[in-house]
Design a protein around this ligand. Structure first.
Ligand SMILES: Cc1cc2nc3c(=O)[nH]c(=O)nc-3n(C[C@H](O)[C@H](O)[C@H](O)COP(=O)(O)OP(=O)(O)OC[C@H]3O[C@@H](n4cnc5c(N)ncnc54)[C@H](O)[C@@H]3O)c2cc1C
Length: 387
């Protein structure tokens, strides 16, 4: 018998819930006020081994699949916590695992698995390129046994809290390659050595506490030994890692959606106005029920995408559709939850306004809804490409 999606990995879910109970609302509210990184929470997740579940046992991880990872992040978000500070530690290593040399994997993966090294920065987006990644201009020029990197990246999250970064650069200018997606390469940058020696990191304050930054490269020297895979094939490597990222972010949205529905239902049962619980009014209960239906439907698509991923099958469309459905369902649930709480929805102490801001991000990052619709239109439905 197929178990209900949120009953999969019950022991893992139970331990994640217990860990998250140590980091209740006031912990997140205090950090949110000053945009402080949740170091204690990230350390607890690291020590528990939850961030290394996708690393094979041979390299020191627990060798579990994406299904287990989605269960972890869903529970983190359902508990009112936020995985955004550390979720990339789970999946950014996928580029190294899939395309790195054995020597690179042995040098880094066991230390990433133990938490000694943080690889949770992923540098792709640039101010001038937007979603059109082939337009990136951050360049790496070969000089002896180093690459010399120049350019700028924007929205690179957790760079200040990471030891290593996966960086996408142009090694051949766009006008000198057969296809625009050719001529890009992936470098593993040691941020501990780079900062102050050609790399400057500046935090960008946003509407949520997400530790995102802009990066400035000025003649940063990166050893040629830190090239991942083949020079010029980097775009394909980055695309490969995106399905895992989208499925995991979608799982966070499912967790957010359930958080909002749990909170809205509890409040609607307890809050009495006009001499009865507000949840007795169909005008209050139907929107909550609708949000539940949307989250439950999105969850099935996310689970399907994770199952295909774990079976090694193509899952690009399901990953995209799951991410779109889940981010829209969590946003709808957020809106309902805030409305059900009336004025208290705006009060910091209830956590609803914070989660409301946090879950909105996922319709834009890591990929915006229009780009998903474009993928479905052209790759699934065979409609002509618009760009
Ligand atoms: C908090 C935060 C954290 C982030 N973290 C990272 C990170 O760690 N690493 C990283 O590399 N990036 C990161 N990003 C960047 C994120 O992936 C991008 O913001 C996102 O992919 C959208 O790209 P953009 O902002 O350049 O929007 P643009 O590409 O400028 O698009 C703007 C809007 O126009 C729409 N649009 C664009 N072209 C079309 C078209 N042809 N048809 C229809 N609609 C279109 C888009 O859907 C979007 O709504 C982060 C962003 C944020 C806000």
């Amino acid at each position: 018998m197929v178990s209900a999606p949120d009953q999969s990995f019950p022991e893992i879910r139970d331990s994640v819930r217990k860990l998250c109970a140590r980091f209740p609302g006031p912990y997140w509210q205090a950090l949110d006020r000053d945009r402080v990184y949740p170091t204690a929470f990230v350390e607890a997740l690291t020590e528990s081994g939850f961030l290394s579940v996708l690393i094979p046992e041979a390299y020191g991880g627990s060798g579990l699949g994406l299904g287990a990872a989605t269960a972890i992040l869903e529970e983190v978000h359902r508990s009112g916590c936020n995985g955004g500070a550390s979720h990339a530690q789970m999946y950014t290593m996928g580029t190294l695992l899939k395309h790195g040399s054995e020597a690179q994997k042995l040098a880094y993966l066991p230390r990433i698995a133990s938490g000694e090294l943080r690889l949770q920065a992923f540098g792709v987006t640039e101010p001038g390129a937007g979603t059109d990644t082939t337009r990136i201009t951050t360049s790496a020029r070969r000089d002896g046994d180093h690459y010399v990197v120049n350019g700028q990246k924007l929205w690179i999250s957790r760079a200040e809290h990471s030891d290593l970064m996966i960086l996408l650069v142009r090694t051949t200018p766009r006008d000198q390659v057969a296809k625009p997606s050719d001529g890009m390469s992936v470098l593993l940058v040691d941020l501990r050595e780079a900062v102050g020696h050609g790399l400057t990191i500046r935090p960008v304050r946003t509407m949520l506490n997400h530790a995102t930054t802009e990066l400035f490269f000025e003649d940063l020297r990166v050893p040629v030994g830190n090239l991942i895979g083949l020079e010029g094939s980097g775009f394909r490597y980055i695309l490969d890692g995106m399905n895992a990222e989208r499925i995991l972010i979608a799982a966070e949205c499912i967790g957010d959606g359930k958080f909002f529905i749990d909170r809205a239902s509890a409040y609607a049962r307890d809050r009495e106005v006009f001499g009865r619980p507000i949840g007795q009014n169909q005008g209050v209960q139907f929107p909550i029920a609708r949000a539940h239906v949307q989250v439950a439907a999105a969850e099935l698509m996310v689970q399907r995408a994770a199952a295909l991923f774990d079976e090694g099958q193509a899952c690009g469309s399901e990953a995209n559709m799951g991410k779109m459905l889940a981010s829209e369902a969590s946003w709808a649930a957020a809106d309902v939850c805030l409305q059900v709480h009336g004025g208290f929805g705006f009060a910091e102490a209830y956590d609803v306004e914070r989660k409301f801001r946090e879950t909105r991000l996922y319709q834009v990052a890591p990929i915006s809804t229009n780009l998903i619709l474009s993928h479905v239109a052209t790759h699934v439905l065979g409609l002509p490409k618009s760009f």
